[in-house]
Design a protein around this ligand. Structure first.
Ligand SMILES: N[C@@H](CCC(=O)N[C@@H](CS)C(=O)NCC(=O)O)C(=O)O
Length: 211
């Protein structure tokens, strides 16, 4: 049995979209951030860092979005969310999954939680500003690498495109949102048009503008 601990629009959106693409049976379990449930004793048993998401797959309890995504891609190869093992395409897939998780996704912590990065609260707006500038440069690089290709891996759709879509979405409130880069906007539109993505968005109750 698969269960995904989620909060609408959080990093759980990536595995949620993947589960819909796969067509797997799964249960969605809300972690109520309004009640700080991600820091409850019960949830900390699943993820000692108190962060969302967690995937439960039978006896396996997995945290870290990218690890969950790689596990789902491996467990359901028929869904084609990752290229075949040992191929150059698979290596490019790893490159993007790891780049997305340890570069823009990690940087977003400073944008969304600037107070965690300061000892003096008055410095938080400056941290947020600097973070948005670093994110701009990161998205410039990704946009240049994507170019006018359909997907990050060229003609082949993969979980990395869902990941990038989620990160583009998170920046919708930034002074220069990632969607203002035409290549990223076009990719996000293509991802948004996928029925599985629509299902995940509807199930989480996400409202326009989506990115
Ligand atoms: N590296 C972690 C980061 C997860 C993360 O930062 N999740 C956010 C939501 S998108 C969260 O749980 N925020 C609430 C908190 O930090 O208390 C992962 O990819 O799973």
């Amino acid at each position: 049995m698969l269960a995904l601990y989620y909060y609408p629009g959080n990093a759980s959106l990536l595995p949620h979209m993947m589960l819909r693409e796969i067509g797997a049976e799964f249960e969605l379990r809300l972690v109520d951030r309004g009640q700080n449930a991600q820091k409850s004793a019960e949830y900390l048993k699943l993820n000692p860092s108190g962060r969302i998401p967690v995937l439960v797959d039978g006896d396996l309890v997995l945290f870290e979005t990218a690890a969950i995504a790689l596990h789902l891609a491996d467990k359901f190869p028929q869904a084609g969310l990752a290229p075949a093992l040992g191929t150059s395409e698979r290596a490019e897939f790893y490159k993007w999954m790891i780049h997305l998780t340890n570069t823009p996704q990690a940087e977003y912590r400073a944008w969304f939680y600037p107070h965690e990065h300061v000892s003096d609260e008055a410095a938080a707006p400056a941290v947020k500003q600097a973070s948005s500038e670093r994110l701009n440069r990161m998205f410039d690089v990704i946009s240049e690498q994507l170019g006018d290709r359909t997907w990050l891996l060229g003609d082949r759709f993969s979980a990395a495109d869902l990941f990038l879509f989620m990160l583009i979405r998170w920046g919708r409130g930034m002074p220069r949102p990632p969607r203002s880069l035409p290549n990223l906007n076009a990719l996000a539109e293509r991802v948004l048009a996928r029925p599985a993505v629509q299902q995940a968005i509807d199930a989480e109750g996400l409202k326009a503008p989506i990115f």
